[in-house]
Ligand binder design. Structure first.
Ligand code: UGA
Length: 434
């Protein structure tokens, strides 16, 4: 099938590349010429494990192309994906100007039937708005379909190639048939393509992300309670998660969820509910708890150091909001850096992928190390903010030699409690004994 993908951000690139991988001819469009030129030369603008192999293979085999020319990209396309940014506007609601602007531009160019697919996370009712933009600008028939993405950064290629489910919102049989055909190679193992109306599909995306954020937040609160009552959250998590109705996944407590999706989507769902005069109370609580959870480590450190961290030197392992990404959006580490440096502490950070992004944003308030051990040189304590695999089994002997004090504040519960006690560390983690 001939496909056009408008927008080559994270979602657009993963979508375009993975669609090319199953034999479709994909043209990706972006307005940033420099970015398009780089991609034409095989430069992948994002870090995502496994994507580079597919990206290069499909460029070489001519199944994926890049252009700034919208007309050229959509001329032969049957399906056009809109993978454009929907940043929160000043009022916190998703700004649809990119999506609706592209809809208008496409409407003015098309001469034959197209399926227009909204892939970005968009508020309920957006498909109707996109449809209206077409109706105002062209007489050519189109079907507007909602097809939210459920990709997780770090495992996005796997999530696309082997999805738990594909959700497609459309009431058109013609569009349904095309979407079914397009996704067939990805659901061969029997996972469903679930068809529904556009509004239900749009809401599914917000409900899924908000539910997961709530699940994590619930466990974070259980962890906080564990610390007070002397229980161990690792045990509680296992006991709770063994119930199939609850499930083992997404029960890991930590220093709050971050990233570009959960914080934005929980807020957007809470706000849009209010527009319909519905007070989605649990979401307000989730946002409030998550905000304080991000500072849990700082709170613990302030207690440990009697509210005085002035002149202290801290090593910080992990900057990205989660492992296997360089994404630092809403990363708990950023809040920790701000609070501790404001209080007069010095921070030396190490992250396998996220350092460049933090350097650009906060390079003047912290230092960076070339590797995890270098960050520990003379440190009064180590703070762990991201659970990179490389931090899971470190050389504690080498750590001890570098650090000024054997103190660890672990926001991701990487180490066995008893082992840390045996090694003689002061080890403060989440929801477990100190
Ligand atoms: C999330 C969803 O998982 C995807 O399904 C969705 O497509 C995506 O948002 C999106 O809307 O685009 P992502 O933000 O990449 O994906 O990351 P997750 O792996 O879901 O993690 C989100 C946050 O939750 C991270 O900060 C992570 O550290 C935290 N988390 C996750 C926990 O604190 N505990 C857990 O048990 C799991």
């Amino acid at each position: 099938m001939n496909i056009a993908v408008i927008g080559t951000g994270y979602v657009g690139l993963v979508t375009g590349t993975c669609l090319a991988e199953t034999g479709n001819n994909v043209t990706c469009v972006d307005i940033v010429e420099e970015k398009v030129n780089k991609m034409k030369n095989g430069e992948l603008p994002i870090y995502e494990p496994g994507l580079d192999i597919l990206f290069h293979r499909n460029i070489e085999q001519g199944r994926i192309k890049f252009t700034t020319d919208l007309a050229e990209a959509i001329k032969d396309a049957v399906i056009i994906f809109l993978a454009l940014p929907t940043p929160p506007g000043g009022d916190g609601k998703a700004d649809l100007s990119y999506v609706l602007g592209a809809a208008k531009d496409i409407a003015n160019l098309i001469t034959d039937y197209k399926v227009i697919v909204t892939k970005s996370t968009v508020p309920v009712g957006t498909a109707d708005k996109v449809r209206a933009a077409f109706e105002e600008n062209t007489l050519v028939e189109v079907d507007v379909v909602s097809n939210p993405e459920f990709l997780r950064e770090g495992v996005a290629v796997d999530d696309f190639m082997k999805p738990d489910r594909v959700v497609v919102g459309t009431r058109s049989d013609r569009a349904k048939k095309l979407m079914e055909e397009l996704y067939a190679p990805y659901v061969r193992s029997g996972n469903p393509v679930i068809f529904m109306d556009e509004r239900s599909s749009e809401l599914t995306k917000y409900a899924a992300n908000s539910f997961l954020a709530t699940k994590i937040t619930f466990m974070n609160e259980v962890a906080n309670l564990c610390e007070l009552v002397g229980a161990d959250v690792d045990m509680v998590r296992r006991g709770v998660g063994a119930d199939d109705r609850i499930g083992k996944r997404f029960l890991f407590p930590g220093i709050g969820y971050g990233g570009s999706c959960f914080p934005k989507d929980v807020q957007a769902l809470a706000l849009s509910s209010k527009e319909y005069d519905y007070d989605f109370k649990i979401l307000d609580a989730v946002m409030e708890v998550n905000q304080s959870q991000k500072l849990k480590i700082v709170e613990k450190m302030m207690k440990y150091y009697n509210n005085d961290v002035k002149g202290k030197k801290f090593a910080l392992w992990g900057l990205a909001f989660k492992p296997e990404t360089d994404d630092i959006r809403e990363a708990p580490a950023l809040y920790i850096i701000d609070e501790l440096t404001k209080a007069g502490a010095e921070i030396v950070a190490y992250d396998p992928e996220g350092m460049e992004n933090v350097r650009k944003m906060k390079g003047d308030i912290l230092a960076f190390a070339d590797n995890a051990y270098e960050a520990l040189e003379g440190a009064d304590a180590l703070i762990i903010a991201t659970e990179w695999q490389a931090f899971r089994n470190p050389d504690f002997k080498q750590m001890e030699e570098k650090m000024a004090s054997k103190v660890i504040f672990d926001g991701r519960n990487l180490y066995d409690l008893h082992k840390m006690i045996d090694l003689g560390y002061y080890y403060n983690s989440i929801g477990r004994a100190t």
